[in-house]
Design a protein around this ligand. Structure first.
Ligand SMILES: [Fe+2]
Length: 239
C-alpha cells in the first residue's frame, strides 16, 4: 500500500482506522502501530510520512465529554474525522457536531456521498458546511465504476462547492488501494485543477499543521454555466 501511494504521488498519509466512541487506549494503540510502520518504511527507504487519527462514527456517546478528545483527532490537531452510518442520518447528528465544535474541534465529514439520506437531500450538507463543517470526498466515489447514486452525489457536492478534501479511503493494496491521481483529475473537471489539487495538498497540510482554514475562501463564487460545462466535457474527451 505504501509503495502504491508513493507511485501515486502521495507523500503523507494519515491512518484513520474506524473507531466507535471515545477511547484513548484505542488511539494510543493506533499511534504505536503507525510509529512501528513508519520505522519499517524508513528502513525500506520508502519516502512516505505517516500520521495517525481515527474515523469516528457519529454516535450519541460523542455528546459525552471524554476529556481526551484531542487524542482522537488528525495528527493531534483540532480536526476530527467523522463518518455517518451508510443508511441512516441520526437525529442527533447536528447536536453531536455542535458539541464537538463547542469543545474547540473542527469536524470533517468523511464520504457523505455514500449516505443514502444525503443523496436524496444535499441541503443537509449545505447546512453543515454553513456551520463550519469540512467535507471529505472519497476519490473512489468519482470513479466510473462507483455506484451511480454515490457518484452523482459526489459530483453534485463538488459542483456546489461543498467539498474541501479528497481522500483515498484505502483499506488494502487491491480494490481499495491508496490511489488519488485519477480522483483528483475527475474532481478537476468539475472544480478546476487548482482547487482539486488544493484538496490533496494545501488543505490537508493546513489541517495536519493544525492551522485555521478559511472555509469561505474555499467556496467557489457561483455554479458553472451550462456552456462552461460544455467545455469541461470537451476537455474530458481530450484528456
Ligand atoms: Fe468511512
Amino acid at each position: 500500500m505504501a509503495r502504491i501511494a508513493v507511485a501515486e504521488g502521495v507523500r503523507w498519509i494519515v491512518a484513520t482506522p474506524h473507531q466507535e466512541g471515545w477511547s484513548a487506549t484505542a488511539c494510543q494503540r493506533i499511534q504505536a502501530a503507525v510509529q512501528n510502520l513508519q520505522r519499517e518504511l524508513n528502513l525500506n527507504g520508502i519516502p512516505l510520512s505517516l500520521s495517525s487519527g481515527v474515523e469516528l462514527l457519529v454516535t450519541h456517546t460523542l455528546l459525552q465529554t471524554s476529556g481526551d478528545e484531542r487524542v482522537h483527532t488528525l495528527n493531534g490537531s483540532r480536526y476530527v474525522l467523522l463518518e455517518l452510518p451508510a443508511f441512516d442520518y441520526p437525529l442527533y447528528t447536528a447536536e453531536v457536531i455542535f458539541s464537538l465544535q463547542l469543545r474547540g474541534l473542527v469536524p470533517i465529514l468523511a464520504h457523505p456521498e455514500r449516505n443514502v439520506i444525503i443523496q436524496d437531500d444535499i441541503s443537509r450538507i449545505v447546512r453543515l458546511v454553513q456551520r463550519g463543517v469540512l467535507v471529505q470526498l472519497s476519490v473512489d466515489s468519482l470513479s466510473p465504476s462507483a455506484d451511480r447514486d454515490v457518484r452523482r452525489c459526489a459530483q453534485e457536492l463538488l459542483r456546489r462547492g461543498l467539498v474541501h478534501l479528497l481522500a483515498s479511503d484505502a483499506h488494502n493494496a487491491g480494490r481499495r488501494a491508496p490511489r488519488l491521481a485519477a480522483g483528483v483529475r475527475a474532481a478537476a473537471r468539475i472544480v478546476g485543477l487548482e482547487r482539486a489539487q488544493a484538496m490533496v495538498t494545501s488543505v490537508p497540510e493546513a489541517i495536519l499543521g493544525d492551522r485555521e482554514l478559511d472555509i469561505e475562501m474555499m467556496t467557489p463564487p457561483s455554479p458553472r454555466r451550462w456552456w462552461q460545462r460544455l467545455f469541461d466535457t470537451r476537455d474530458d474527451s481530450e484528456a
